[in-house]
Design a protein around this ligand. Structure first.
Ligand code: AKB
Length: 323
């Protein structure tokens, strides 16, 4: 008999992606069937009131196991992670949360025969020796950040659980994610979100990478689509599992500023690179996502122009309604 997802647990639910994934999952499976968890208490009404929320440190396997048993969870979206910039400031914490948290999810999945697990990876798996343009999915993975190291290990660990224990583990390598609901925290690509907040609020932004810095990025609706499309794909049609490149768009910091200026002509962007420049320089500018396109029909919907229009409209409405 084919099992289908009935009850979902999301870790890192208050984060940038988790907070937008939860409402979509609740529409799909019902409010009570999606358990949001985070180390922080929930801030939005959706997370707080629309369905179950539990405070959970992903390093605590006992409590994670208890929630999975109590709510009869069969599917986990493991979104909790320490990102690249925070990971360089606190490497031991990044190792602990990213590796121990993942190991806990995978071990509970093995013990309890869970149906399916989503474990995201990142373009941070790449390093200075990876081709800078059109980085293939299978290539040199020698990252220079602790975050990247944990993501390479995570991809390998996930694939090990697929091959060794027959579990269904899936994951994409997220590029920088741009969104208007919840700001990202502790990433190198955060400037591509911060710039919108500052352009709308103060018409000036001091960018922490050089104007010619080009990185792979994706708008949140495409990020959610990639996540759900991969989770819906037929397992037998997947050749890889935890390491799918998914491209959205690539642009330089200066190109992004110019695109925003088309809508906010008095916006001024200045550049003051800090330690995150070296991280950005170690990542490719563009990635090749042919396996995702071929194996599960991946295609993005937003480009730089359509993303910028939508971001400015949504973020302006949200920021103005708060003032
Ligand atoms: C980061 O900048 O650390 C993240 C990522 C690319 O995974 N946004």
């Amino acid at each position: 008999m084919t099992r289908t997802t009935k009850r979902v647990l999301v870790t890192g639910a208050c984060g940038q992606i988790g907070s937008e994934l939860i409402p979509i999952l609740r529409q799909r499976y019902g409010n009570d069937s999606v358990v949001a968890t985070d180390i922080r208490p929930p801030e939005t009404a959706c997370l707080r009131d629309q369905g179950p929320f539990e405070q959970l440190n992903v390093c605590d396997r006992t409590t994670m196991g208890r929630f999975i048993e109590q709510y009869e969870i069969d599917t986990v979206y493991h979104m909790a992670a320490i990102l690249s910039a925070t990971g360089e400031e606190k490497p031991a914490l990044a190792w602990d949360v990213n590796i121990r948290g993942l190991e806990n999810v995978l071990e509970i999945a093995r013990e309890r025969h869970l149906l399916r697990i989503f474990c995201p990876s990142s373009i941070a798996v790449f390093g200075p020796d990876t081709p800078h343009d059109c980085a293939p999915q299978t290539t040199i993975l020698q990252p220079t950040t602790m975050y990247g190291i944990t993501k390479v290990a995570g991809e390998l660990l996930g694939e090990y659980y697929v091959q060794r224990f027959g579990l269904d583990i899936r994951g994409v390598r997220y590029p920088g994610i741009i969104s208007s609901e919840t700001p990202p925290g502790g990433g190198t690509t955060d400037y591509a979100v911060d710039i919108f907040y500052q352009a709308i609020l103060s018409r000036t932004y001091s960018c922490f990478v050089r104007p010619d810095t080009v990185l792979p990025m994706m708008y949140m609706p495409d990020c959610i689509k990639a996540t759900l499309d991969l989770m819906d794909a037929d397992f037998d049609s997947l050749k890889g599992h935890c390491n799918f490149n998914v491209a959205g768009m690539s642009f330089s910091a200066q190109e992004l500023a110019s695109e925003i200026q088309k809508h906010l002509p008095d916006f001024v962007c200045t550049y003051d690179p800090d330690f995150r420049q070296a991280i950005a320089d170690s990542w490719p500018q563009t990635i090749d996502d042919a396996p995702a396109r071929e194996e599960w029909n991946w295609h993005p919907r937003f480009d730089l122009s359509s993303m910028t229009i939508d971001m400015i409209e949504k973020l302006t409405a949200r920021l103005m309604s708060r003032s």
